[in-house]
Design a protein around this ligand. Structure first.
Ligand code: E4P
Length: 216
């Protein structure tokens, strides 16, 4: 499973990237707003930190506007992945951009039929929003399972990018359901490593080690 970090905070991206397990980054207009920075400037910096795809989202709702914004975003760096909403106009832009050799991420996916459309439009990634479905008491993992089955039935190459991840359990369940990628907030990536028995084990080993009086 590939790990993307879901933030536009360059300090957090540098920190997570330094672990060596980061495969890409996703941003959205809300995350850009949270960063307090200019979209072009911050996205350029992110692209220089991480080798993998960096999703940058269009904000236009019509095809022509999306294509115009995609042209601007696409010029930022070679590793830009154009993020488009799961609407008819977004699918049309996805088809055109993918045919033109761009990486695309079709976002705001909440149903298997939407995912099927994105795959048919040639999306590189489609992003089911797990947390937002959970907020409505709908099991987001069922959506990932359905998508996995449909994509495998027809050998679609579109990758399932589990998004709106809120908990460490979301990461585990998305991996079990066969998501290709999870985009995860920095705090949740850090929480993945935590286990009280690991801490307790280290504590016990270090206490015994101290009694030996040895150093390595
Ligand atoms: C990433 O691509 C999505 O935009 C992001 O995961 C949405 O997360 P949220 O539902 O927590 O805002």
């Amino acid at each position: 499973m590939k790990f993307f970090v879901d933030t536009a905070d360059v300090d957090e991206i540098r920190e997570i990237n330094s672990i060596g397990l980061l495969d890409g980054v996703t941003t959205n207009p809300s995350l850009i707003m949270k960063s307090g920075r200019d979209i072009i400037e911050v996205t350029k910096e992110i692209c220089s930190i991480v080798d993998g795809p960096v999703s940058a989202e269009v904000t236009a709702l019509d095809y022509d506007g999306m294509m115009k914004e995609a042209a601007t975003l696409g010029k930022i760096a070679d590793n830009i992945c154009i993020k488009l909403p799961l609407t008819m106009e977004g699918l049309k832009a996805c088809k055109a951009l993918t045919s033109d050799g761009h990486q695309t991420n079709v976002t705001l996916c909440f149903s298997a039929n939407q995912a099927l459309l994105a795959a048919k439009a040639g999306a590189t990634y489609v992003s089911p929003f797990i947390g937002r479905l959970d907020d409505m008491a709908i099991d987001g993992m069922e959506l990932i399972e359905d998508m996995r089955l449909i994509f495998d039935n027809y050998d679609f190459e579109t990758q399932i990018l589990a998004a709106s991840i809120r908990t460490v359990n979301h990461v585990k369940e998305a991996a079990l359901a066969g998501a290709d990628v999870a985009t995860i907030p920095p705090s949740t990536i850090k929480a993945l490593v935590k286990h009280p028995l690991t801490d307790k084990g280290i504590e016990g080993f270090l206490a015994d080690w101290a009694k030996t009086g040895q150093t390595i």
